[in-house]
Write a protein that binds this ligand. Structure first.
Ligand code: HPA
Length: 278
């Protein structure tokens, strides 16, 4: 059964955020596993615990704390979601993506999404930062698309275009910001799976021939809903581990969190550069 979130529920949640927040953000940031530190750099931060927002899905995973932080970063008014939820936690796709609907109701135009991902491209090493140029919506191909259900016409059309899911202009700003900061920015295609089990070596070889450079368990639903509602999207994967195409190593959540410590400063510096350029 598909769980549907109505426009009224979205508006209830958006109103609860609006009354607790002075800021009028234009840019939203979604922070992935182990990448939470950026929220602490926000100036004049207003913090809303997500438990206070009706219908908001609460994170159940270690490494995520559920808070909305708004304030200034590099001269931009930003809205930071710390602690996204994932489909594998048992939430419906409409719940996973409710935060993006609320952002759209708040008038936020730009979404910057980050995640931790396994590196499938053999040139990638743990600690690398990858600009997401496109994604493989594998969960969607298996019938798990967050737009399934009645179309919310207030946001966008029944059959939204996904030919430029990741905004080219924002990607160019990210390349420039990375280059100015002396940071190597990898680029590639992110494959979005449901998780929570990591991939088998056969899964990973399949993803490689399908054109994936990185693999993870988030982001694609949020980006799908963001594009439906007309937001411009910029995405980054922090490569936390080398995907194990030959079965010779194991992947653990601990290494994902540990790599976040190396990736966070790079991610922060590139995101700051992009915000400054807007
Ligand atoms: N696979 C899926 N998701 C991930 C991985 C991985 O290897 N690393 C971090 N998130």
């Amino acid at each position: 059964m598909t769980t549907i979130i109505s426009l009224t529920q979205i508006d209830d949640a958006a109103e609860a955020v609006r009354v607790r927040m002075q800021a009028r953000p234009r840019v939203a940031l979604v922070l992935g596993s182990g990448l939470n530190a950026l929220a602490d750099s926000v100036q004049d931060a207003e913090i809303i615990p997500v438990q206070e927002i009706p219908h908001w899905p609460l994170s159940t995973v270690f490494g995520h704390s559920g808070r909305l932080v708004s304030g200034e970063l590099e001269g931009q008014v930003v809205f930071v979601l710390q602690g996204r939820v994932h489909y594998y936690e048992g939430y419906a796709m409409a719940q996973v993506t409710l935060p993006v609907r609320v952002m759209q109701r708040l008038g936020i135009e730009i979404l910057i999404v980050t995640n931790a991902a396994g590196g499938i491209n053999p040139e990638f090493i743990p600690g690398d930062l990858m600009l997401i140029t496109d994604h493989l919506n594998l969960a969607g191909m298996a019938g798990l698309n967050p737009l399934i259900g009645p179309n919310l016409e207030d946001f966008g059309p029944r059959f939204p275009d996904m030919s430029q899911a990741y905004d080219r202009g924002l990607a160019e700003r990210a390349r420039r910001a990375a280059s100015e900061a002396g940071i190597t920015l990898r680029e590639g295609v992110y494959a979005g799976l449901s998780g929570p089990s990591f991939e088998t070596p056969a899964d990973l070889r399949f993803l490689r021939v399908a054109g994936a450079d990185a693999v993870g368990m988030s982001t694609v639903p949020e980006v799908t809903v963001a594009r439906h509602g007309g937001m411009r999207v910029l995405g980054f994967s922090g490569i936390s581990n080398k995907a194990n195409l030959d079965g010779s190593t194991v992947t653990t959540h601990a290494e994902v969190i540990e790599a976040g410590r190396v990736i966070t400063p790079k991610m922060e510096s590139v995101i700051r550069g992009v915000l400054k350029s807007l």
